[in-house]
Each structure stands twice: as C-alpha cells, then as structure tokens.
Design a protein around this ligand. Structure first.
Ligand code: NAI
Ligand code: ENO
Length: 351
C-alpha cells in the first residue's frame, strides 16, 4: 500500500470533509465520502469530493463530523473497518484520543487538526486548496508508526506544513490561538449592542479586523467550548485578569501602555504570510478613487517596476469616495515604488 494511494473514506461531507475530498481527489487519490445528511452527501459527490463507499473496505478513514460526535464516529470506524487507520479533524484532540484508546484499537488512531477554515460551513463552501501552506497538526497519541506514516500522507498531498504534538499540548495551544480569540471577538462585537446603528457606522478598520470572526455560526464553537472547557476557561481567566488590572489601575494610561506593549511583543510572534515568521514588509499606502478600474491600474503600475506585492489591504472610508490601499513590499523596494507611483500620478498617503 505504501506505493499505491490509500483508499480513503471521509465521514462528514461539510466544509472540512468536502475540502479534503476535493483536494485528495485532485491528487488522484481514490476517495469515497458519506454524510448522515443525504443532501450534504449528494452535494459533496456532485462537487467532486468523493464517490460512494461500495464494497471495498477503506485503508484510511477521515472523520470530519462536528466535534461533539467525532469521538463516537471514530470509535465506530475503528470497529467497522478492522484493517483501516482512522484519523479525525476535530478542533479538540484529547477527548477523541481517549475515546479511541478505550476501544483497544488506539494503535490505528492518529489525531489530525488542519489549522484552516472559513466562517462558512457546509460542502458549498468547500475548497480543495483550503489547507495549502497552512499548519496541519498530527497527534500520534501512541499509534503504530505505520499508522502515523499513512496519516502523514494526507497533509503531504494537500501541501500543508505538518506540526507533530501530543493531544493535551495541542488543546492547550488552540485554546489560546483559536478558541479564546473566537470568544473574545464575539464579546467585542456583542458590546456594540449598546450603540445605535448610526454610531456603529463610525467603525474603522480596527473594529472590522478584531470582529472578523464574530460572524461565525455558534454550533461548532459550542461543541469546541464543551470539549476544551478547561483550557478555554484558563485562557479567559488570563484575559479577564488583564482587563481587571486595567480597570482597577491608579493610572489607566500606564496600564493601557503596559497591556499594549505586551500585546505588541506577542503579536510579532504570530506567523505571517505562508506561515513563515512575520516579515518586516514596508507598507506603501495609496489613495485610490473608489471607482472601477483604479485598483487594477495601481497593481499594473506596480508590476511595471517589477515590485512584488507581498500583501495588500484596502480600507474604505464610509463617507469618502476613496479607499486607502496599502501595498506591502520588500523594504528595499519601497522608496523606488513610491517614486514610480508618484510619477504615474498616484497620491501616496504614507509609506
Ligand atoms: N470549520 C472550520 O473552520 C474548521 C473545522 N474543523 C473541524 O472539522 C470538523 C468538521 O467541521 P466543518 O466541516 O466546518 O462542519 P460542517 O458543519 O460544515 O460539516 C459537518 C458535517 O458532518 C455531518 N455529520 C454530522 N454528524 C454525522 C455523523 N454522525 N456521521 C456522518 N456525518 C455526520 C453533517 O451533516 C455535516 O455535513 C469539526 O470537527 C471541526 O472541529 C477543523 C478545522 C477548521
Ligand atoms: O482560527 C481561525 O482563524 C481559522 O482559520 C479557522 C479555524 C477554525 C477552527 C479550527 O479548528 C481551525 C481553524
């Protein structure tokens, strides 16, 4: 089997299951897919996420159901297909590993967690390249080496960056980098409830950035909170203690300075583009009329001087007919780009 592609069966044909199915099918893997919901299953089949299981037992089963049922579905798969290696993609790993171990078949179970997703759920939002260049956590949990090797072929085929860690360490880390941020973003958004909508319209890019994920549907996050309650509460305690210190401080300016300084230090440690360390790109901010064609021309003028745009942000001012477009480029090329754009008549806001 090591030379041939493993027969892979995906259980759960939503955003993550269908995305994996499309991605592996595109790499030529023999993929089948099933869902408890007949409509979700039919949709996944129609978008190329996999075929029907048929009579052949799978070599590899990928469980991509909601976290609340992932443990039971992993247990079922381990028992239903005694020759198969089973993995799952749930956002919390220790409870699933415990359920797998309790069957006595833990040697065939390896936990997975692709660190990519969308605010949308369901197969309609699936993308075959959703996980490309993103971290894919593998939690071996004492599985047989051959089982780990087989599961590792999935992130390799989907071109992910593999990170190996044990389930409890994973759950503690994702509470900080994913689960508490969702709760905190929703809390910031919920605090807008005190405002009239005219006042909410004053929002700038800062509020939009901080609340982007507040649009998530609650179902999956409720499951995650229940399964990772201990680590989530520990992280929230940390955040609440910081906010209480600030509220109780004699000099709130000093307390804000301390909090922002600590935040600046930590935010610099969040990996940037392509999951690499944050690069010190230079931002060139250009005032772009909010009319068709201007953004395309700006990018064209940038390409003319052969400067690569590493990242781009566009900030729209609600009552202004312009957008502030920031092009992030290599610092060594920024001055040259500013000169070239100015010579083309562009107004530079900051660089
Ligand atoms: N949405 C995200 O951003 C990410 C989600 N995950 C994890 O991936 C898993 C799936 O999440 P999504 O694809 O977003 O959810 P989803 O809601 O889009 O899809 C879940 C699918 O599982 C099906 N299902 C439910 N119970 C089932 C059962 N017993 N047997 C077969 N199918 C069943 C549902 O009908 C649904 O189609 C979750 O465990 C989640 O923690 C991991 C990384 C990112
Ligand atoms: O956390 C994020 O920002 C995401 O990109 C989406 C996401 C949600 C849940 C996960 O388990 C993993 C990733």
């Amino acid at each position: 089997m090591s030379d041939t592609l493993p027969r892979t069966h995906i259980v759960g044909a939503g955003l993550i299951g269908a995305s994996i199915g499309i991605g592996l099918s595109a790499e030529g893997w023999p993929v089948t897919i099933a869902d408890a919901d007949a409509q979700a299953e039919a949709l996944a089949r129609s978008i190329g996420a996999g075929g029907p299981l048929g009579d052949h037992a799978p070599d590899l089963v990928i469980v991509a159901t909601p976290p609340s049922v992932a443990g039971a579905v992993v247990v079922h798969a381990l028992q239903a297909w005694p020759g198969a290696v089973v993995t799952d993609v749930a956002s919390v790993k220790a409870p699933i590993a415990e359920a797998a171990d309790a069957t006595g078949h833990g040697a065939r179970y390896v936990g997975s967690h692709p660190m990519a997703g969308r605010e949308l759920s369901g197969g309609l939002a699936a993308q075959g390249d959703l996980f490309k260049a993103r971290p894919w956590v593998i939690c071996p949990n004492g599985a047989a080496a051959a089982a780990v090797e087989l599961v590792l072929r999935v992130p390799a085929a989907l071109q992910c960056d593999v990170v190996t860690m044990e389930a409890p360490a994973h759950d503690a880390a994702v509470a900080r980098v994913s689960h508490a941020p969702q709760v905190a973003a929703s809390a910031v958004a919920a605090a807008l409830g005190a405002l009239h909508s005219d006042d909410v319209a004053l929002a700038g890019q800062g509020l939009r950035d901080v609340t982007r994920i507040a649009g998530s549907a609650p179902g999956m996050w409720a499951d995650i909170a229940r399964l990772n309650r201990g680590h989530l509460v520990e992280t929230l305690d940390h955040i609440i203690a910081d906010l209480e210190d600030l509220r109780e401080s004699d000099d709130i300016g000093e307390a804000v300075t301390d909090l922002i300084e600590r935040g600046r230090f930590e935010v610099a440690r969040i990996p940037g583009k392509h999951g690499g360390a944050t690069r010190d790109w230079a931002g060139v901010t250009v005032i772009v009329p909010d009319e068709p064609g201007h953004l395309l021309k700006l990018l064209g003028d940038t390409a003319q001087v052969d400067v690569n745009v590493e990242d781009i942000t566009i900030e729209h001012s609600p009552r202004q007919p312009v957008g502030l477009t920031t092009l992030y480029v290599l610092p060594s090329r920024a001055a040259e780009l500013v000169a070239a754009l100015e010579s083309q008549g562009w107004e530079i806001a900051a660089s």
